[in-house]
Design a binder for this molecule. Sequence first.
Ligand code: PBG
Length: 327
Amino acid sequence: MSGFPRQRPRRLRSTPALRRLVAETTLQPRQLVLPLFVADSITEPRPIASMPGVVQHTRESLRRAAADAVAAGVGGLMLFGVPCEADKDATGSVGAHPHGVLNAALRDLAADLGAATVLMADTCLDEFTDHGHCGVLDERGGIDNDATLAEYVRLAVAQAEAGAHVVSPSGMMDGQVAAIRDGLDAAGHHQTVILAYAAKFASAFYGPFRDAVGSSLQGDRRTYQQEPGNVREALREVDLDLDEGADMVMVKPALGYLDVVAAAAARSAVPLAAYQVSGEYAMIAAAAAAGWIERRAAVLESLISIRRAGADLVLSYWATEAARWLV
Ligand code: PBG
């Protein structure tokens, strides 16, 4: 040994061009999906206090935000509907109504953007029920799994009819993918893609989202969402969704669950999405606003980390902004 090691990994870091040449992980605008909220009966976009920079859109402002995202190269849009309180009921029936805000907005975007993007819709009841749960309740106040499936089928068919290319069941009911596949096929929507929230954990990091959709939830979702410590169970959920015909699967949240993302990526032959959820957004936004963290660098590092773990697609409220940084 001369005292100078032959192995010098730093050589490959010595110029920006070398670092670019040997970068292992890509992050491209097309890999990002922007979640968007559209609310009924508001006349101006309404800021969401716990998600600075994110708003509930009017149908008009949604069209502009969607066009901006597509112009920035974002790969897809995930829509959530926020009905007015008076329209919520025990079964979330307004969700499947063709003139409900989510379906109306899907029609707007399908007309504006056509095949220029991938339109995705959240296929869940929690935004539309007066109790805020993702399913319908039985007489004891528990979640009636199989009665919920029938409602999901109605939602999915309505969303496909309104122009969604992708429906995204996020309620973690058993059998939801199979029921929706059968329902879509029976209605002639053979080409509608199912993005299954396969492994969705009962997470404190959804807090700001519940503000964003004006959730009516009391209590928690622990009888349907998973315990944060369970990875084997998450893989079982992935396997079941694949068996049931999921075209893509998702892990959610992202940053605290990168091991689950990696395990799901190794397991599944279909594209894998990960959702950088509202609380992840809020943490970085708050630290950046306090001057404690460099915003752009932290956002990009979080996104590349999710890609490195194995996600093909990343849902992020920063999708448009990050896409602009990346070009
Ligand atoms: C339920 C749903 C939730 C999110 C997406 N779909 C919330 C929940 O399970 O309570 C959370 C998204 C986020 O936090 O950004 N339909």
